[in-house]
Ligand binder design. Structure first.
Ligand SMILES: NC(=O)C1=CN([C@@H]2O[C@H](COP(=O)(O)OP(=O)(O)OC[C@H]3O[C@@H](n4cnc5c(N)ncnc54)[C@H](O)[C@@H]3O)[C@@H](O)[C@H]2O)C=CC1
Ligand SMILES: O=C(O)[C@@H]1CCC=N1
Length: 274
């Protein structure tokens, strides 16, 4: 399976790194990337072919991964309008809807439809991503299987039945690593405030998140039950959790995810107007 990335930034690096780590051959991967420094970095790091132009070799692929920013997509697809035939297109762009991408790749009268919209996240780089996928109803079983196989190489996958819910996936897991890193930053700062040096505070914070996530992933208990098992009556955890509850921490996170999902919808509305 020959795969070409359109856009070779942060997320393309995470996906390509994870794919190569899991046995995809570098010679089957190409990247169309405008920035010459990025091209050189990608070639040096992964040994993949890079090009500044969507040339015939790059477009002679089985799968085209759209990995430019949502705001860059329409311009990036303009040279491809009417060019693709049987290529499976996979978009990772937040917010952008299949109908709009299809129109840009084809025309309003005859939109391109062999498209899967997905939302991965950056832990893909170490094979620990989670990706939500939604396929245009016209994509056949082989196309869905190919998209699922690519994203499964970099972590777990979940198929979504309703395209509108892709913005929810973006809010929870696409942007999610940033919330977790922010949590780690705060826990590290808390450790520093308790007098630990930076390295010790960081290790205490990261290993706590890692251990708790692994425990939650492997346990039959719900996270709430695991939380209760840490929380002794009248003990230290109860004191901390009472503080978090008073600060509205749980509701703040729920509202933050809703803000991310809303932003995804707004991007789709704004950019899909053209
Ligand atoms: N960063 C993340 O955690 C995630 C990002 N996404 C989505 O992935 C997409 C890419 O995001 P990032 O990698 O973070 O952005 P980025 O800005 O790091 O990468 C985009 C790359 O596309 C290149 N580019 C722009 N226009 C181009 C064109 N016409 N032809 C070829 N290359 C072009 C840029 O030079 C840049 O290297 C976005 O649509 C975003 O919504 C999805 C899931 C997670
Ligand atoms: O911040 C963003 O818009 C992208 C989509 C999900 C993660 N990063």
């Amino acid at each position: 399976m020959k795969i070409t990335f359109l856009g070779g930034g942060n997320m393309a690096i995470a996906l390509i790194g994870g794919m190569i780590e899991r046995g995809f051959a570098a010679q089957d991967i190409q990247v169309i990337e405008l920035d010459a420094d990025n091209r050189e970095r990608l070639h040096k790091r992964f040994g993949v072919r890079t090009t500044g132009l969507a040339d015939a070799q790059a477009l002679g692929c089985d799968v085209l991964m759209l990995a430019v920013k949502p705001q860059q997509m329409k311009a990036a697809l303009a040279p491809l309008a009417g060019v693709l035939k049987d290529v499976l297109v996979i978009s990772i762009a937040a917010g952008l809807r299949l109908g709009d991408i299809g129109r840009w790749l084809g025309s309003a009268a005859a939109p391109y439809t062999r498209i899967v919209r997905c939302m991965p996240n950056t832990p893909a780089l170490i094979g620990a991503g989670i990706t939500g996928l939604y396929a245009d109803p016209s994509v056949d079983a082989a196309g869905k299987e190919a998209a699922g196989r690519i994203l499964a190489a970099v972590g777990s996958t979940v198929w979504i039945e309703d395209e509108a819910q892709m913005d929810g996936v973006t809010g929870v897991s696409g942007s999610g690593p940033a919330y977790v890193f922010h949590f780690i930053e705060a826990l590290e700062a808390a450790g520093r405030a308790q007098g630990f040096d930076e390295a010790t505070a960081r290790k205490l914070a990261i290993d706590t998140v890692l251990g708790a996530a692994r425990l939650a992933a492997g346990s039959e208990d719900a996270p709430s039950v695991l939380r209760e098992k840490v929380t002794s009556k009248g003990g230290t955890t109860a004191a901390a959790l009472a503080h978090l509850a008073q600060a509205g921490w749980h509701d703040t996170l729920v509202a933050a995810v809703a803000a991310a999902a809303d932003r995804g919808r707004a991007l789709g509305d704004e950019l899909g107007k053209d």
